[in-house]
Design a protein around this ligand. Sequence first.
Ligand SMILES: *Cc1c(COP(=O)(O)O)cnc(C)c1O
Length: 375
Amino acid sequence: MKVPLADLTREYKELKSEIDSSISKVIERCDFILGEDVHKFEEEFAKFNGTKYAIAVASGTDALRIGIMASGIKQGDEVITTPFTFIATSETISQSGAKIVFADINENDYNIDPKDIEKRITKNTKAILPVHLYGHPARMKEIMDIAKRHNLIVIEDCAQAFTAKYNMESQWKFVGSMGKCGAFSFFPAKNLGAYGDGGMITTNDDNVAKLANTLRNHGSSERYLYEREGFNSRLDTIQAAVLRVKLRNIVRFTEMRNKAASKYNELLKDVVKTPSTGENCYHSFNYYTIRFESKEIRDRVQKHLNENGIANQIYYPVSLHLQQAYKHLGYKKGDLPVVEKIQDEVLSLPMFPQLRDDEIEYVSEKVKEAIKVRC
Ligand SMILES: *Cc1c(COP(=O)(O)O)cnc(C)c1O
């Protein structure tokens, strides 16, 4: 049996008539740039996420870039983030002129470790940039407390975590509604995926919203009048039309992901470390990631899955602090021991809302088979 990591065609089949008609309407109106669906999608997204504003942009990377700039991060500032993430998290920090400071992660949910953040704060630290990895919220209570004590801002990378929630002092909050701003990605394989690139900035801050709104459109709020330089980074109206249809189904899709995760957990809990969901967290399961006792077992399982037609992925095989791109930052092996261990032990299995029970059973069986053959 062949099992894909994510099969987007199944979702399209389910929503085809609505999506096709939604796209056709945009083509009939020809309001391709910042059209009606973009504004409506922004309103609906902000309402869903519980933030005052949502500003749609061309990608998740641009949501981070513009969110960082609009929050006032500049040359000479230091931003503390996790090295266990996609490079968009860190490249947008450097591209703003600020310096990346990597903190280690924790062993349970693989997100940034608040205790290690605190050790890395200097007089130049301006912000903390947690990533809600795989769809599991970072430890926001501790992070917000540290930020408050040290007068730092918090920017949330929510690219993998739309619909994930965190219980902050007995109140459930969606990711992207706790920090100064949140950055979301609509890359096709993310929880809420477009039919191309797209992203969103969420914020409750009037100034950040105003700045983000002009930065995405060449620094202009009135045509051919520029308050500053900006970017060409708007969400296409056609993408917004697709995303509006999907947004209406997203709660159900996340529930389906959680159901698939529970089934995997049940079948695999005795042989691997299954994803642990923190007490104060609701997981959006963008990825379903298991962990093995050693790199040797992980690699053996991966090989066995490949041989049996089961797609899989290592998010992420080399921590950012050890990448060539960050040689100049001066980190060396041994500096961030937890992430250096975890990167060798994780493996992500097929995960999407329409994943079937027989596929989960087949994948789990193959994982177990490979673990059992001890050489
Ligand atoms: C996907 C992703 C991004 C970037 O989003 P794009 O839409 O691909 O630009 C940023 N951070 C993380 C953690 C991601 O997974």
